[in-house]
Design a protein around this ligand. Structure first.
Ligand code: BJW
Length: 237
């Protein structure tokens, strides 16, 4: 029995990290074409670094919430039977005790050198003029995140986990961004169980067999407890 869990910004909302498409979401205050595309970065790297610098500072003050801790507990109990995929670039799943997180849209506290592909942990707020610690070139550093038009990370691993899964669960994601928004269709095509846990119905809500709504910090711990207590979906835990 394999479970694939996909999380989105909603799981970190109660930790004080903004979502993208809600009423006060980041995309209502920032133009995504400017701050979340390779073209935007090429034309104004300072502005993009300012955006990600502010988000780095915000993340350094943030703490995991009950949803992160519950998913961490689930992963420690299920081990390799749970593939935890997140679209989030924060590290709150790890801080909540998850041991193996697939960050398909990259990681905020890492930078990437466009010249030599070197990735490294980075908590600095600004960066365009800094030199790459590996190749020494200046002006080549970017946040290690996946922008629109770029290929998400570890898709082979995600598709292979979905192929073997008996349950796909989407948590706190609007279902607006592909390829993540298409995972439920892949799960449907395989005839496996699907579940949406969100504050409110997402764009894809009708595609899920089961749906539960409410804040992640309340809904996720209840669901995790259920899975661990009853061995729901045939789990032998
Ligand atoms: C709560 C809650 C609480 C609130 N409790 N819930 C047409 C068709 C298909 C695809 C495309 C298309 N046109 C263009 C594309 C491709 C494009 C795309 O999908 N565009 C769409 C706009 C249509 N995708 C891409 O370009 C991707 N790459 C790609 O496709 O490569 C080619 C490829 C081809 C074939 C196969 C595979 C690949 C790359 C996408 C990169 C996304 N990058 C971003 C920003 C970078 C990281 C960052 O800065 O953080 O990633 S955009 C942003 O959206 C971020 C997120 O990870 C992502 C998803 O957002 P999420 O997590 O769903 O957040 P919200 O805000 O949308 O939703 C929050 C939800 O939480 C809501 O439902 C709330 O109700 C809920 N919530 N509080 C529980 N307390």
């Amino acid at each position: 029995m394999q479970i694939v869990v996909l999380t989105g910004a909603g799981v970190s909302a109660e930790s004080g990290l903004g979502t993208f498409r809600d009423q006060e979401g980041l995309w209502t205050r920032y133009d995504l074409n400017v701050v979340a595309t390779p073209e935007g970065f090429a034309s104004n790297p300072e502005q993009v670094w300012e955006f990600y610098g502010a988000r780095r500072r915000n993340l350094l003050d943030a703490k995991p919430n009950a949803a992160h801790f519950a998913l961490g507990r689930l992963q420690r109990a299920l081990g390799a039977r749970l593939t935890l995929v997140t679209q989030n670039i924060d590290d709150l799943h790890e801080q909540g005790g998850a041991t193996d997180v697939v960050h398909m849209h990259g990681e905020l506290l890492q930078s990437l050198c466009a010249a030599c592909d070197h990735r490294f942990p980075d908590r600095e707020s600004f960066g365009p003029d800094r030199a790459c610690p590996a190749c020494g070139q200046s002006g080549c550093l970017r946040p290690d995140v996946v922008w629109f038009g770029e290929m998400p990370y570890q898709l082979d691993r995600i598709y292979s986990a979905l192929d073997k899964a008996s349950l796909f669960v989407a948590i706190g994601t609007s279902g607006a961004v592909y390829p993540a928004a298409g995972f439920v269709q892949m799960a449907m095509a395989q005839g496996i169980e699907t579940m949406e846990l969100n504050l409110e119905p997402s764009d894809n809500a009708r595609l899920f067999k089961q749906r539960r709504y409410g804040p992640a910090s309340e809904v996720i711990p209840v669901w995790v407890e259920e899975v661990l207590r009853t061995g729901a979906f045939g789990l032998d835990v």
